[in-house]
Structure formats: C-alpha cells, structure tokens
Ligand binder design. Structure first.
Ligand SMILES: [Fe+2]
Length: 468
C-alpha cells in the first residue's frame, strides 16, 4: 500500500501524484488536427509513487519519472503513459514504500539500498538513433522503447557513460550527432565535467574532460556551429553541507558566474577558456549562435535560482527568481553583456530545433502576464517571441490554465513554419489536453485540442519524434 502524501505545494493541485498507467487508443479531438502532423509527442515529469520519509522534505525535482506518449497521425490521436522502471522504482515498488532519501540523501536512505542507485529519470525525453532516452542529470540515460515505453535499462555507450549525463543534450542539425555533458562526473561535488559526442547511429565518437571553477549544478549548456559553452552558475553542490543536514545544492552569493568556452568537439582541459562575470542565472537555454567572435546565448534568465535555498537555508524572493527571455553575449575578449529581450514571465524556452546552434529568430515559451506569486507554475499562455524585432505573438488559455513546455513541429522549410504542441491543465475542470497551435499565428489560438482521458500532472520537458 502507499501511505498518504504529505501536505506540500508540489504534491497537490497541478502536481498531485497520478500514480496510474493508461492506454487510450482513440482520443477525443476538439477542432481538427493538421493532416501533416504525424509522429509522437513525448513528455517526461515527476510522479512519485511513494511519499518520502516523514522527516525528509519532498522536492519537485525528485518524483519518479512518468513518460507520456501522445501519437498523432491521420487526424487521430492515441496516448499511453508509463513509469520509467528505474532500479529505484523497482526496489521501492517491491518494498511497497520509499527507500531512498530525496535526491538520494544518505540520511534517509534505507540501509538496503546504495545511493548510487538513486535515479528518477524524470527530467527530459530525447529520441536518438532509434532509441528514446529518459534523462535525469545525475545518471546515464535510461533507454525506453519509443513505441511501447518499455524500459530497457541504462544506455552507457559501451561503458563510457556510467555516471551523470545532462538532461539537456543537443542534437546537431548538420550531422545528427548528440552533444552532451556529465556534471560532477567524478563524484557528487566534484568539479569534473565530461563532454560527450554520440554519433547519429548511437555510437560514442568523442570524450573530453574539463573542470569547472567550482562544483556548480550545471543544468544546460550551449552548442553553436563552432563552439560549446559550459555555464558555471552559483548553484553549488556541497556534500559537506548535505552531511551537516543542510541543502545539498544551494545558491552561494559570493560566487561569480563563469563561462567555459571551447571549440565544438574540443579536447577539454587547457582548451577551455573560462571567463568570469557578476552572478546571474538560467536553468534553460533557448537558441545560441556564433556572431563573429562573440557567442550569443538566449536564456530564460533570472537574477538568481528559484527552488534553491541560499547556503543558510533561506529562500529567495519571487522578483529575484522570475525568468524572462534574456540574451547573453560573450565577446571574444571575454566581455559579458546581458540584456532582456522580453519581459514576460516564462518557464521553458524552445526553438525550431533545425536552428540549434544557428542564428535564429523565434523562441517559443510557456509564460504568463499574471503575477505568479513565487510559483513555478500557472503559465497560462504560449508565446512566440521574435528575438530580433521583439514582437510577441501569444495566446492565453485563461485564468486557471497551466501550460507546459511548447514543442515545435516543422511542416515547412523556413524557421517557425510548423506547429506548437503543449500540454495544458484546466484547473477548473481538473482535465488536461494537448493544444496544437500554428507557430505562424499563435494568437489565433489552438487549431485542435486533444483531450486526455485523465488529468496529466505538471511535468518538465517534451520532445517530438516524427513518424518513420
Ligand atoms: Fe531542464
């Protein structure tokens, strides 16, 4: 049996655990699905099967990964959702209770488990080389069958990736290779970063090692046509702090922001040039490109990190942690400049992935013009922001709607010619749907809503896989 979940903001409402797996062969569609839309929309997110130890504190990053697959084609839609069968999930399900501390905190681990087995596989979902990876940055990818969502186990790329692997790899649109990194790759709290290139057939082609200036929790990185950039930002991992009963990851005010720049495919070590500047923060990168000697990186940026306490345990103000679309420009001489491109409160920025690493114009976001009062949800609108003109084309699903990350699906050769897909929860009806919007005219509202058979809890990242 499952014990009652504690009263926690990320265990109720939008985030109330769902705990069920479904197969729905033919879903109700309101409006008309574009005939060209043929493939599968995937979404990963936390859905804890068991509540944490009574003295432990849940965190929204901690729940067991649940993957949704919504298959579209011929104007029809089907869906399924499955837990990722990680070792953690299997052990806890066999025991009928939670065995691991939140984030694998050893203070609350059952003596029967190893902290190394802590894997939620809950953050991103990434198709590559015929496989589908459920990603969580502390572990190697967990491979799933793209059709059945059956868990296959860790993908270690011939035993070369046995530890952390980012939840935000980048697929190079020119050769289909996957660029990735592992943060804390020589143990939790280490400064070691492993840079990986996996070719389009799924074989490891390149490994390089580098060290960041301090053990930051690096969530995303930037890849341009010529360079790779590792952002070391002041969310710092400290095992010593964790063992003292304080936060494992905390914002440290006295740390600079540092950017490690290296040639794409470089060998790490001394080939990385580190530039330091005043503290700034982003979890997520939108587009990035080379502009002469400068590197341009567009981000959902904030003054400091949300969801992360300061080292003394205090939580930051909403004003300091709200994300807006910002542009970072790092000059060839290391000069750093930050400017705000748009003032909307946003969560997850995406682009037309065919322009990954290239000069681009459109960032697609879930956002809100309503006060979010310090929450990381309540994003009622989808918007396309032109990063050159500043124009914003948006649609709000209204008060009480919660939009997830929008994914772009191309259906024409030009940038932004295609559709935006996003899961939306209507809190008034406690029901969810997949919204399909025209990326060329977002303000027109959804051309179709694919109604889910049950509510879909709040989650993280999404991906589209075109039909073969
Ligand atoms: Fe992320």
């Amino acid at each position: 049996m499952t014990a009652m979940f504690p009263d926690h903001p990320y265990l109720k409402g939008y985030y109330q655990p769902f705990g069920a797996e479904m197969d729905a062969p033919d879903l109700v569609i309101e409006g008309k699905l574009p005939q060209t839309l043929s493939g599968t929309f995937y979404r990963n997110g936390p859905d804890p099967l068991y509540p944490p130890h009574p003295e432990d504190r849940y965190h929204v990053f901690d729940g067991d990964g649940m993957v949704y697959a919504i298959r579209l084609g011929g104007g029809r839609a089907a869906m399924k959702n499955r837990y990722v069968r990680t070792r953690k999930y299997e052990l806890e399900r066999a025991a009928g209770r939670r065995l691991f501390g939140v984030f694998g905190n050893p203070r609350f681990n059952d003596p029967s488990v190893s902290p190394m087995e802590y894997n939620t596989a809950n953050t991103h979902i990434w198709p590559h080389a015929g496989a589908l990876y459920a990603l969580m940055e502390g572990c190697p990818p967990t491979a799933l069958d793209p059709d059945t969502l059956e868990t296959k186990g860790y993908e270690t790329f011939d035993n070369t990736v046995t530890g952390p692997f980012t939840a935000h790899p980048k697929t190079d649109p020119d050769d289909g290779a996957l660029h990735a990194f592992g943060c804390g790759a020589k143990g939790p709290g280490s400064t070691a970063i492993r840079y990986d290139i996996i070719d389009s057939a799924g074989h490891k082609r390149h490994t390089a090692w580098l060290d960041q200036p301090y053990p930051s929790m690096m969530h995303d990185f930037a890849l341009t046509e010529r360079r790779v950039v590792f952002p070391c930002l002041p969310v710092v991992i400290s095992m010593e702090r964790a063992m003292a009963g304080k936060p494992l990851a905390a914002w440290e005010d006295d740390r600079p922001a540092a950017f490690g720049i290296m040639a794409k495919g470089g060998n790490g070590g001394d080939e990385v040039r580190w530039f330091e500047t005043d503290p700034t923060f982003a979890f997520h990168i939108a587009g990035s490109f080379d502009d002469g000697q400068d590197v341009v990186i567009d981000v959902a940026g904030s003054k400091r990190a949300p969801l992360m306490p300061s080292a003394d345990g205090t939580l930051p103000s909403h004003q300091d942690t709200r994300f807006t679309l910002k542009r970072w420009r790092i000059g060839g001489n290391g000069h750093f400049r930050e400017e705000e491109l748009d003032g909307l409160d946003i969560q997850f920025p995406r682009i037309d992935d065919r322009f990954q690493g290239k000069r681009y114009r459109k960032t697609f976001v879930n956002g809100t013009a309503r006060p979010t009062a310090g929450r990381i949800d309540g994003f009622d609108q989808i918007a396309a922001i032109d990063v050159e003109s500043g124009a914003r084309d948006s649609f709000s699903f209204g008060e009480g709607a919660y939009c997830g990350e929008p994914v772009f699906v191309p259906d024409g050769p030009g940038e932004g010619e295609g559709w935006l897909l996003a899961l939306v929860w209507d809190s008034h009806r406690n029901a969810s749907f997949l919204a399909v919007l025209d990326a060329r005219d977002v303000a027109a509202g959804p051309v179709a809503k694919v109604h889910m058979p049950a509510r879909v809890p709040g989650g993280f990242h999404c991906h589209w896989r075109p039909a073969a």
